[in-house]
Design a protein around this ligand. Structure first.
Ligand code: G1P
Length: 293
């Protein structure tokens, strides 16, 4: 049996430039899909996968995320007064238990690899998950839970979420080179960050879910800058290939790129269509808008 994954790191320091002007004063992780901010979906997915501790790597302008995961006594007392009990219970349930959440600042925007490294002392010497909140995944079994289950079967090691993308889009993703494949688990033989389509080893992309062994921190510590002049997580991951088992899981579910305006709109419609309280209305108006267009 592999060591339990108890901790998750949420890199939330990014500037969200693809979503300006919405993200000028508001963190992109707080953009709501239907009625819940992206970061809350990420935290709930982590919880569903058995995560007990939540570490946010933040940056300037992101303190609203801390407020979101804190109690709001003023609001709670108003909800009590108005007897909005269901809403009150929902809000209280979304706050992590005292002592299970921590925030650390990435002082400079040096890239995803550096953001993950910032959580080194919080994570310590155990496997941990990384979730990128703008990769929102609609799935019957949450993606991270699928990964935890698959990793348990393999007895541990490193794992990331993988998905086929259009060949012309490889330069938007980390791309893996596949070895053997069994039960949707692909052995990874090489990883490259954002290759041009002509240089890409496949069209299998890394999606923002990782379970990593703590050895990655040593590599991140000495990782030089890569694509986009940033310290890339993909480059450090590439360096552990061959030394430690590493798999990509072709997860069941649909991923929406919520850092992108079209992906975000799609996610809102898809998630609303999955909500019993709104699917009929949404179906009617989506059909009507499409007919009128
Ligand atoms: C990051 C990773 C990339 C991965 C992507 C998934 O890139 O560096 O390997 O494919 O997330 O969303 P970013 O989108 O932050 O540029």
């Amino acid at each position: 049996m592999s060591q339990k994954v108890r901790k998750a790191v949420f890199p939330v320091g990014g500037l969200g430039t693809r979503f300006l002007p919405a993200t000028k004063a508001m963190p992109k992780e707080m953009l709501p899909v239907v009625d819940k901010p992206l970061i809350q979906y990420a935290v709930e997915e982590a919880r569903d996968a058995g995560i007990e501790e939540f570490y946010f790597v933040t940056g300037r302008g992101k303190t609203i995320i801390e407020d979101h995961f804190d109690r709001s006594y003023e609001l709670e007392s108003v909800l009590i007064e108005r007897e909005k009990n269901a809403l009150l219970a929902e809000l209280q349930a979304s706050v992590p238990k005292a002592g299970t959440v921590a925030y650390i600042r990435q002082q400079e925007p040096l890239g995803l690899g550096h953001a993950v490294w910032c959580a080194k002392r919080l994570v310590g010497n155990e496997p941990f998950a990384v979730i990128l909140a703008d990769d929102l995944i609609l799935a019957e079994t949450p993606c991270l839970k699928q990964m935890v289950t698959a990793r348990d079967k393999m007895g541990g090691g490193n794992m990331l979420a993988a998905m086929e993308v259009l060949p012309q889009h490889t330069s938007r993703y980390g791309i893996l080179s596949p070895g053997g494949e069994q039960d949707n688990l692909i052995e990874i033989t090489a990883l490259v960050e954002k290759p041009d389509p002509a240089d890409a080893p496949s069209n299998l992309a890394v999606i923002g879910r990782y379970i990593l062994e703590p050895e990655i921190f040593n590599l991140l510590e000495n990782q030089s800058r890569g694509a986009g002049n940033e310290i890339q997580l993909t480059d450090a991951l590439s360096a552990i290939l061959g030394t430690s088992p590493f798999y990509g899981l072709k997860f069941d579910g649909t991923r929406y790129d919520c850092g992108d305006k079209i992906g975000f709109l799609e996610a809102n419609i898809a998630f609303a269509l999955h909500r019993a309280d709104m699917q009929d209305d949404v179906k009617t108006f989506v059909t009507k808008i499409a007919q009128d267009a």
